[in-house]
Design a protein around this ligand. Structure first.
Ligand SMILES: [Zn+2]
Length: 115
């Protein structure tokens, strides 16, 4: 999966932030890393580097179009805490969403990003 909004410098920084490991399985990923959209494009997720993680192609495909889990959101926030690659704001909104209202909270946050 490509992400035109991610510069080579961003990709290098992602590699450092993730310690050279796949965001999903934690195994070394190296030069075979693909860009995964934490909030899938199907939900309005953009190429903002704050919505991109490095992942194996297989892990990227396994994740498919699901939303990030609470654990994944926490991990992303922890990795980006002292980074210029801040977490994409709709992901932070999703973190605070109640059970069953994730998609509507996310849709509103994505719309707010566009306005
Ligand atoms: Zn992986």
């Amino acid at each position: 999966m490509t992400a035109p909004g991610v510069t080579p410098e961003d990709a290098h920084l992602l590699d450092i932030l993730q310690g050279g490991r796949c965001f999903y399985c934690g195994e070394p990923v190296g030069a075979k890393a693909t860009f995964d959209h934490v909030v899938p494009q199907a939900y309005g997720g953009t190429d903002d580097p704050g919505n991109i993680v490095l992942a194996h192609r297989r892990c990227n495909q396994l994740k498919d179009d699901r939303l990030p889990t609470p654990d994944e959101i926490e991990r992303l926030i922890a990795q980006r805490r002292r980074s210029r690659l801040a977490v994409w704001p709709p992901i932070l909104a999703l973190k605070d969403a109640g059970e069953g209202e994730e998609w509507i909270v996310l849709a509103r946050a994505v719309a707010a990003q566009r306005s």
